[in-house]
Design a binder for this molecule. Structure first.
Ligand code: A3P
Length: 330
């Protein structure tokens, strides 16, 4: 690919956009459905999706984190970065001291390709040393072909859906105010819950997103590693070892004895990360406060919110229906 050739014409984007199903998320944000999943296209997102799909050339050595929003992406970015770079940058000199995890592991559709039409230079991708670390919120089916057919590997993280939607509720407060106005009445937890259950969520439907990657991880275990936020919390050592093995950099016994794994886990803990200079101030993608990616970081925070027994029951039923026969559970 010649980098100068990744032109996606605005007319094409407009035409495509007109044919897409639309809905309102939280009665406030317009979403459009592309290849079965919802996106907010008010920011030229469709154009960057097309660019990413047509332009990106995966290398066999690429490592790509994939996730539904608010499921532990930032945490996994810090872990993957630390594991892969542990010889080049021992923790004590980690670039994570001064850079946000999202700056070190960029999102392909949000950072790299959306910037590409403001600063048309995604060719810097070709200059990055291997292994390149990237991230995407895309569902598996929307990924560029080269990611699917190359030897590159995908690390998927997911999380209990109720914690995911609670996390989104906090994260979305500021963007909604910026989008709709400071005095907007913020959506309630019921609003998030109802839309979530209907699959109307940015990058949703949630269960379809998770199931696609889950199936790929069963069919192609060397290609897709499937992680759960709750498992990482419960047994971080085990899952860090899985990450190390999956990316072809297993921890040696002596590293384990010397406490390298534990050091990474402690460094990547939310309480440590949120205090680092690189994460305290500033914004990502012009609107998201860097610190808003670190809130509570707990399992089961949904129980501290107004989620009624009827809502829990509804979610249980939905999960049963969606996950039946997949072998996956939350
Ligand atoms: P909460 O809002 O429940 O606290 P994402 O990174 O995918 O946007 O997900 C954000 C969620 O992960 C937030 O959840 C955030 O607090 C939590 N998180 C961020 N860094 C973390 C870390 N190092 N360890 C555990 N959880 C973390």
């Amino acid at each position: 690919h010649n980098d100068q050739e990744i032109i996606v014409h605005d007319e094409e984007v407009e035409q495509l956009k007109q044919g897409l199903p639309k809905t309102m998320f939280l009665n406030k944000i317009e979403l459009e459905k592309y290849q079965g999943f919802w996106y907010s296209f008010n920011t030229n997102m469709l154009k960057s999706i097309l660019m990413f799909q047509r332009h990106f050339q995966a290398r066999d050595t690429d490592l790509i984190i994939a996730s539904f929003p608010k499921t532990g992406t930032t945490w996994l970015k810090s872990i993957l970065y630390s594991v892969v770079n542990r010889f080049k940058h021992p923790i004590k000199q980690s670039p994570l001291f001064s850079n946000h995890p999202h700056e070190l592991v960029c999102c392909l559709e949000y950072d790299i390709y959306r910037d590409a039409f403001e600063y048309p230079r995604p060719h810097h991708l070709n200059e990055l040393p291997s292994p390149r670390l990237f991230h995407t919120h895309f569902p598996y089916m929307t990924l560029p072909e080269s990611i699917k057919v190359s030897g590159c590997r995908i690390l998927y993280i997911t999380r209990n859906p109720l914690d995911t939607l609670v996390s989104m509720m906090y994260f979305a407060m500021k963007p909604i105010k910026e989008l709709v106005g400071e005095d907007v009445e913020l959506p309630s937890i019921e609003d998030y819950f109802e839309d979530f259950c209907e699959g109307k969520f940015i990058n949703g439907p949630f269960f379809e997103h998770v199931i696609e990657y889950w199936k790929q991880s069963l069919e192609q275990p060397k290609k897709v590693l499937f992680l759960k936020y709750e498992d990482l919390k419960k047994d971080p050592i085990l899952h860090l070892k899985r990450v190390g093995e999956f990316v072809g950099m297993p921890f040696t016994e002596s590293e384990e004895r010397e406490g390298v794994i534990k050091e990474i886990i402690e460094f990547c803990s939310i309480n440590n990360l949120k205090e680092l200079e690189g994460n305290k101030s500033g914004v990502i993608n012009k609107i998201y406060d860097k610190k808003s990616y670190f809130r509570k970081g707990e399992v089961g925070d949904w129980t501290n919110h107004n989620i009624t027994p009827a809502m829990v029951e509804k979610m249980k039923k939905l999960m049963q229906e969606k996950l039946e026969g997949t072998g996956l559970s939350f």
